[in-house]
Design a protein around this ligand. Structure first.
Ligand code: NAP
Length: 247
């Protein structure tokens, strides 16, 4: 089991300007990370974080759907211990809705292709360090399809599978590959979701604590904790429960 103490580590966080990504960035710095490369599509949205953390925070222009942007960002990173694949979108669409194709494309472009391309762009610096981590933010919706957001679920199931694939490929590399499966979290993304929500700060705390504990799967809030327990014993029960979420 690989345990990764964030103290003194160098991290890259995609979508670091708001929501869960911002909270993870701040929690890593609070727990002693030496430097965080903070990726954002609009670099100026990182001004506040930069002013707060100075040299320990390096703003990077990073659009995970743009290969040039990914390569430019990666070219600035020579040392890397922790990659956080957080950037994501929540494009609504059911399988038989008029939004099926465009929403699946948008969800896959950012949540899946973006994660895959960014991971490949920075795997070399990560591979050469000892005691490293890749953190992929999936969702409970990746463990069972939520019909109100069916194509989002497809993308997060793909993130779950990519996480398993990365873990297998990096098994001899002393790399912790962590999958994170949040339920509803109080960020802009879930503004329209009428459910009890966990704070992004508590999600970040669970993730960063999980690094030191060597946790491969993180269920960072009460709802996901319950789903995680169900999923471990009876994945069909998760499918059946989520089938009721038709929006
Ligand atoms: N909130 C929830 O209930 C919940 C539950 C389960 C999983 N998640 C997952 O948690 C992650 C973070 O979500 P959040 O709740 O923090 O959402 P959020 O507040 O909407 O933030 C999304 C972040 O992703 C960035 N992003 C979007 N498209 C991008 C692109 N093409 N390239 C780079 N960055 C991009 C956004 O940048 P801009 O500011 O430029 O748009 C923003 O920083 C996502 O992967 C999401 O699917 C969230």
């Amino acid at each position: 089991m690989t345990q990764v103490n964030p103290k003194g580590k160098i991290a890259l966080v995609s979508g670091a300007n708001r929501g869960i990504g911002k909270a993870i960035t701040e929690e890593l710095l609070a727990k002693g990370a030496e430097r965080v490369y903070a990726g954002a599509r609009k670099i100026e949205t990182l001004n506040e974080l930069k002013a707060q953390y100075g040299d320990r925070l390096v703003p990077l222009q990073l659009d995970v759907t743009d290969q040039n942007s990914i390569e430019n960002a990666a070219s600035q990173i020579s040392d890397l211990d922790i990659l956080v694949n957080n950037a994501g979108v929540f494009a609504l669409g059911g399988v038989f809705s008029s939004q099926a194709v465009p929403s699946l494309k948008e969800n896959l472009d950012v949540n899946v292709w973006g994660l895959l391309n960014l991971s490949n762009a920075v795997i070399d610096p990560l591979r050469k360090e000892n005691e490293t981590a890749i953190i992929n933010i999936s969702s409970v919706a990746g463990l069972g399809n939520m019909p109100m957001a069916a194509t989002y679920s497809v993308s997060k199931a793909a993130v779950h599978s990519l996480t398993q694939g990365m873990r297998a490929e990096l098994a001899n590399n002393n790399t912790l590959v962590m999958g994170v499966y949040p339920g509803p979290i109080d960020t802009d993304m879930a503004a329209g979701v009428d459910m009890e929500k966990e704070s992004p700060q508590n999600v970040a705390k669970a993730i960063v604590a999980g690094l030191s504990e060597g946790s491969e799967d993180i269920y960072p809030d009460p709802m996901s904790n319950q789903v995680g327990q169900f999923y471990a014993g009876n994945p069909k029960a998760v499918e059946q429960q989520f089938a009721g979420f038709t929006g």
